[in-house]
Design a protein around this ligand. Structure first.
Ligand SMILES: Nc1ncnc2c1ncn2[C@@H]1O[C@H](COP(=O)(O)OP(=O)(O)OP(=O)(O)O)[C@@H](O)[C@H]1O
Ligand SMILES: [Mg+2]
Length: 279
């Protein structure tokens, strides 16, 4: 058991069948404390969605551990994992439409999500209307979700995911189809949920506004945590075997494959390029 909201320990995920494997995560170590808001960054194919699916209990890890509030979502039955997603872990998948009931109205989707809470109809209705207002969807409350534009579906999916005040929100690119104003509404909704009910949020994004709004960024590159940002400053992360991913903007000095000397200084280590011919 741990006090962390999220804990990944040497987490590995391999897709595919023997002979055709794709290694999506190759040893992710990550701890997120309860109440933290984290933006998960990284280039396409880095493994961001895979990490989210593992945390949501939609995939099982190939090796290593993944824990959410001390429980292992990958070890639960499909039914128990679905129960966890209904009550404690709000999930927004990367394809907006997959999060919603297409024939149900926008309002109806949020009402439906609140079924497990046993709150009275009027209370659920009030919350649904309030959430729709917060993301600017009041005017389309009675339109079927399947008839909403992609950006509207994204906003609705986040409203659905936070409806039951989950302890953890996992959202995959929730602002990718939004103009800056609507993106700010979604970020605001997550921050309000964080402030009012202490929600922990892990949000995959390419949007610098999300990274700037959250206290912490985690950058995944090639299946590993390569960098972390705190309060606007970027740091490299020393991996369990001593590996360090250099920031992309330093690769002109140390291109991949080059040799460097690791020099101990008074309080750190400096990497100095060497050219083999000159040695
Ligand atoms: N179902 C799958 N079967 C096989 N390989 C997969 C599957 N899903 C993802 N992959 C591969 O795993 C790697 C990580 O994919 P993932 O979707 O997690 O990346 P991502 O960081 O979310 O990328 P993007 O920013 O494009 O959404 C990629 O090489 C991808 O091609
Ligand atoms: Mg993805």
């Amino acid at each position: 058991m741990t006090d962390s909201a999220v804990r990944c320990d040497n987490l590995v995920h391999v897709y595919g069948t023997p002979g055709q494997e794709v290694t999506a995560l190759r040893g992710v170590d990550l701890t997120v404390d309860g109440g933290e808001t984290v933006a998960l960054l990284g280039p396409s194919g880095a493994g961001k969605s895979t990490l989210l699916w593992l945390l949501a209990g939609l995939l099982r890890p190939t090796a290593g551990t993944v824990e959410v509030y001390g429980r292992k979502p990958g070890a639960l039955s499909a039914q128990a994992a679905a129960g966890l997603r209904r009550s404690e872990v709000g999930v927004v998948l990367q394809t907006p439409g997959r999060n919603l009931l297409p024939y149900e109205t926008a309002l109806g989707n949020i009402m439906f999500a609140q079924r497990p809470t046993r709150r009275r109809w009027a209370a659920r209705h009030r919350r649904a209307a309030q959430l729709l207002d917060m993301v600017g969807l009041g005017p389309v409350a009675h339109r079927p979700a399947g008839k909403l534009a992609g950006g509207e579906q994204q906003r609705l999916a986040v409203a659905v995911a936070v409806a039951n005040k989950p302890r953890l929100l996992l959202a995959d690119e929730p602002t990718s189809q939004l103009d800056p104003g609507s993106a700010a509404d979604v970020i605001g909704l997550i921050q309000t949920a964080n402030r009012e009910s202490g929600i922990t949020a892990l949000v995959v994004t390419h949007d610098p506004a999300v990274g700037a709004a959250f206290g912490r960024t985690v950058t995944i590159r090639d299946g590993r945590v390569g960098a972390e940002g705190r309060a606007g400053e970027e740091f490299v992360v020393v991996g369990r075997d001593g590996t360090v991913q250099l920031p992309p903007d330093t690769l002109d000095l140390l291109p991949p494959g080059s040799l460097a000397r690791a020099v101990r200084t008074a309080n750190g280590v400096e990497l100095r390029p060497v050219s083999p011919e000159a040695e």
